[in-house]
Design a protein around this ligand. Structure first.
Ligand code: PMV
Length: 325
């Protein structure tokens, strides 16, 4: 088979109601739902080239050879669905700083799945693409869609209902996002290892999981009603609760540095002054400040002056994963 190369693009996403913990490791099923926003400025572009001469998939990441094991597993699933297909060379590039501690697996797997579906001739609906992206990385299921997205934890043992779905398009509530990079060289414990340690050892893990559905519902209501204050409250609470269960693991995982904490205080001080902004933080020390439209410049200027902030990125909400050529 010599299909023409396919290139797809997908945006990273940031969870407002966090995903942390799995109910099935093999199928990569999350223990609870989550809510996210897909970004437009932080994107992965992946070009897939079918090559009959290969005997396994190959990956290059920003021009450098990389381990293709995880993408190979997802491509195997897709070849199986297609009733066979060639091994591929995958050339993947991020347009955002690498090593900045910003999750790139979500945009990478979303772009991969969308490109591979086209390459293998699979005409799949978005929820099936989301299910396949989830097999690569839980958060990738959400990057199939743009704007505000809900990930459903699902009930089925096979994970077929464990997929993301759109809540609101990006242009219906164009929030702005400022990312404060506080350590571009941070060596962190990856999300899967961090989740496993939390699940195995944190006394707070169960109560964390039990609290998520209520937060997903509250975030959904806030998004439907464009209620920024309510979204701020539930999002900060979800991030801090997730980190509370992570901190209580053994040994405890401290993803924050001093500047992360200073940024949280800075964001809260701005909110007290009436500026629509809230923070969230993932498995690394960068702070993401979500701003009401028009506030990013002010928020960014304040975060830039926080000691320990190395750099500030500005972005907004973007589209879901799509084939571009
Ligand atoms: O998709 P993963 O396995 O990289 O996990 C993502 C975990 C968090 O970013 C911390 C939270 C989330 O929901 O994105």
């Amino acid at each position: 088979m010599t299909a023409a190369p396919v290139t797809a693009r997908a945006g990273a996403n940031i969870a407002l109601v966090k995903y942390w913990g799995k109910r099935d490791l093999a199928l990569n099923l999350p223990a609870a739902g989550s809510v996210s926003i897909t970004l437009d400025g932080l994107e992965t572009e992946s070009r897939l080239v079918a090559d009959a001469a290969l005997n396994q998939d190959e990956l290059s990441l920003n021009g450098r050879p990389a381990d293709a094991e995880r993408i190979g597993r997802v491509l195997d699933l897709m070849r199986e669905l297609a009733g066979g297909g060639p091994f591929c060379r995958v050339e993947s590039r991020n347009n955002f700083p690498t090593g900045a501690g910003l999750a790139s697996s979500a945009s990478a797997f979303a772009a991969l799945v969308v490109a591979a579906a086209r390459l293998f001739g699979l005409d799949l609906p978005h929820d099936r693409l989301s299910e396949l992206a989830r097999r690569g990385s839980g958060s990738a299921a959400r990057s199939i869609f743009g704007g505000f997205v809900e990930m459903h934890s699902g009930m089925q043992a096979d994970g077929s209902d464990c997929v993301a779905a759109p809540l609101l398009a990006a242009d219906e509530w164009p929030l702005e996002v400022v990312v404060a990079i506080t350590d571009s060289g941070a060596k962190k414990v990856g999300s899967t290892d961090g989740m496993l340690r939390t699940m195995d050892t944190s006394p707070y893990y169960r109560s964390w999981v039990d609290s998520v559905a209520e937060d997903v519902a509250a975030a959904g209501r806030a998004i439907a009603g464009r209620d920024f204050e309510q979204l701020a409250e539930v999002s900060e609470s979800s991030a801090l609760k997730m980190h509370a269960s992570v901190l209580a693991a053994r040994p405890g995982l401290i993803y924050w540095n001093g500047a992360s904490v200073s940024c949280m205080h800075c964001v809260r001080a701005l909110r007290e002054q009436g500026i629509g902004v809230f923070f969230t933080i993932d498995a690394g020390p960068q702070i993401k400040a979500i701003c009401e439209p028009g506030n990013a410049a002010r928020v960014g200027a304040e975060l830039e002056s926080v000691p320990g902030v190395e750099n500030v990125l500005y972005t907004g909400l973007g589209e879901g994963a799509r084939v571009i050529s």
